[in-house]
Design a protein around this ligand. Sequence first.
Ligand code: FES
Length: 258
Amino acid sequence: MSDFTRVAKSTDLTDPGQMLAEVDDRIVVLMRVGGEFFCLDDVCTHDGGPLSEGTLDDHTIACPRHGAKFDITSGKALTMPATEDTVAHEVQIRGDEVWVKINESGAPPAAPSPPPAATPAEEKRPGSTHDTGPWDPKSAPKPADSSTAPYAAGSISEDLVREELKKVIDPELFVNIVDLGLIYNVDLAPAAEGKTDCKIDMTMTSPMCPAGPQMIQNSKQVLGQLPGMGNVEVKIVLDPPWTPDKMTQEARDQLGIF
Ligand code: FES
């Protein structure tokens, strides 16, 4: 059974600061904020990003890959695209040394372990929970075939545009971009030959989202297939930033967020 392992001297970390460590063959990130120490698995639950290379901000750390944030005190996933908590490990300070006990179960310890009698503990931290299981991509909505869109020329409307855009799936989250709340604005304007030009303001779940170009391309493709559609322009806007409360209930259900 895992017990506490000495991983560093407290002076090895700046405040705030973070460092990579190995404990019982497990790679963890040790963090220091406000004189306290915290330890998480060095794994972003979205797609394995190294949290030790992320940005520490107060008691959150942001994954360097797509920006998901985690609470460093509990491992709780705070923002998309991560929906599952990472594992928090118990930390003790013994003198000027930092000791970590690996949380094998991934569940929060029932109670912090007391330090040895001769060495007072200054810091103890709980582990994390995994209350939301991984979402099964097989249940994701599949893009529908737009080639037989039943709409007549000249009937382009905002509702129709939004309905068509539901065929575009965020490849990171496997949920359509409309239910994710990524479509901020739809502007329609008359164009030559009775067509309708369309301008879309689209946001991203994270400024670093690598799926942006693909979602723009797919949006142009599905809208371009509508009879009567003229030019389609998709602009990425990051203000206001996307937040999970912009999702529909359908999207929340698919991602297992309650
Ligand atoms: S791997 Fe961390 S947010 Fe994607």
